[in-house]
Design a protein around this ligand. Structure first.
Ligand code: HEC
Ligand SMILES: [Cu+2]
Length: 324
């Protein structure tokens, strides 16, 4: 029984690892947030223990102690001066540690990506060195070891961009552009989530970030900027175009599919997930999304498509998966 405590704690801490954790961070910002968390936790546990100890002494302690604690000086000392000094010092240190990381702020030639919070997905636009805007959605790819500068915006209400493995939360506020810089220290895939309640499907507004070697990133971006390969599923493309999907979704190189309302689907088949980080990305998932997205992600802004039959759905699934 005596061992249960530490064991439980171990279990709890073990649950803190994984792709969406500041404790197993992979960037400079998360390291600082973790240090702050540890210092706060240890420090305030000590203060809590002190308060409990003094309270116990004041109640159960020897007569002399109890009289001593009865004096007014204690209220000024431990009740006012102590918290002001401790919390003030922590506040200043917190500002210093969480303030702009100078190396990051000064880094020249960052990779620039615009991320716009939409109800309830992420519009992602890469700004290339030669001035092009490459639109994608619901997933970010970044090069390892190079500073990434995100311009965070909102298209509607306040969202919050939270990518704990690399940095703290940054709000996305209508009419404003907030900047977030980070460096991914190693290759890998981490998860982020909207951290500000933004209405109906807020809980289903997540995203994945993949950090990859710089050369691979450049190749990927070049591919992402172009149209998908010619489709091997013309039937699916026909269903897509005749069902009005292209009024909301763009597929580069496809006449009639240049909508701006929903996520850009040019290379949707090559992304990690569907529906803003909530589903796998395979043919079957595409079919499920089109058929049942209002059950899977209630209240999302894509209209239901109950009119499509199984054959049309299968053709659409194959076509969408092929958008690589
Ligand atoms: C009125 C606009 C509208 C129309 C029409 C529309 N969609 Fe969507 N679609 C959206 C929106 C908005 C989302 C984002 C939903 C979310 O995740 O909150 C979306 C999401 C998607 C996704 C997931 C994309 C991703 O990045 O995960 C797919 C796939 C998709 N739609 C396919 C289709 C197909 C196929 C059709 C036609 C049968 C269609 N859409 C018609 C607005 C639309
Ligand atoms: Cu939200």
């Amino acid at each position: 029984m005596k061992r249960a405590g530490p064991l439980l704690l171990l279990l709890l801490v073990a649950a803190c690892a994984g792709p969406q954790s500041a404790l197993s961070g992979a960037g400079s910002g998360s390291g600082r947030a973790l240090l702050l968390t540890i210092v706060m936790t240890v420090g305030f546990t000590a203060v809590f223990a002190l308060v409990l100890g003094l309270t116990a002494l004041a109640i159960f302690g020897p007569q002399g102690w109890r009289e001593r604690f009865g004096r007014e000086g204690w209220v000024y000392g431990l009740g006012i001066a102590f918290p002001v000094v401790v919390i003030g010092a922590l506040l200043l240190w917190g500002f210093a540690i969480l303030g702009a990381d100078e190396a990051l702020a000064d880094a020249e030639d960052p990779v620039r990506i615009e991320v716009t919070g939409e109800r309830w997905w992420w519009r992602v636009t890469y700004l290339t060195d030669d001035g092009r805007r490459v639109e994608s959605a619901n997933e970010l790819r970044v090069p390892v070891g190079r500073t990434v500068e995100l311009a965070l915006k909102s298209a509607d209400v306040i969202h919050s961009f939270w990518l704990p493995a690399y940095a703290g939360k940054t709000d996305m506020i209508p009419g404003r552009t907030n900047t977030l810089r980070f460096v991914a220290d190693e290759a890998g895939r981490v998860r982020g989530q909207c951290a500000e309640y933004c209405g109906g499907a807020h809980a289903f507004m997540a995203f994945w970030v993949e950090a990859m070697p710089e050369a691979a990133f450049e190749d990927w971006l070049e591919h992402e900027a172009g149209p998908p390969p010619e489709t091997s599923f013309p039937d699916g493309e026909t269903v897509f175009l005749s069902s009005g999907c292209g009024g909301c979704h763009a597929v580069r190189g496809t006449p009639g599919a240049s909508g701006e309302i929903g996520p850009n689907l040019s290379h949707v088949g090559s992304r990690t997930s569907l529906g803003a980080g909530i589903m796998p990305n395979d043919r079957e998932a595409f079919v499920r999304w089109v058929a049942d997205h209002q059950e899977i992600k209630p209240e999302n802004n894509m209209p239901p498509y109950d009119i499509l039959n199984d054959e049309e759905l299968a053709a659409l699934g194959a076509y969408l998966e092929g958008l690589q």
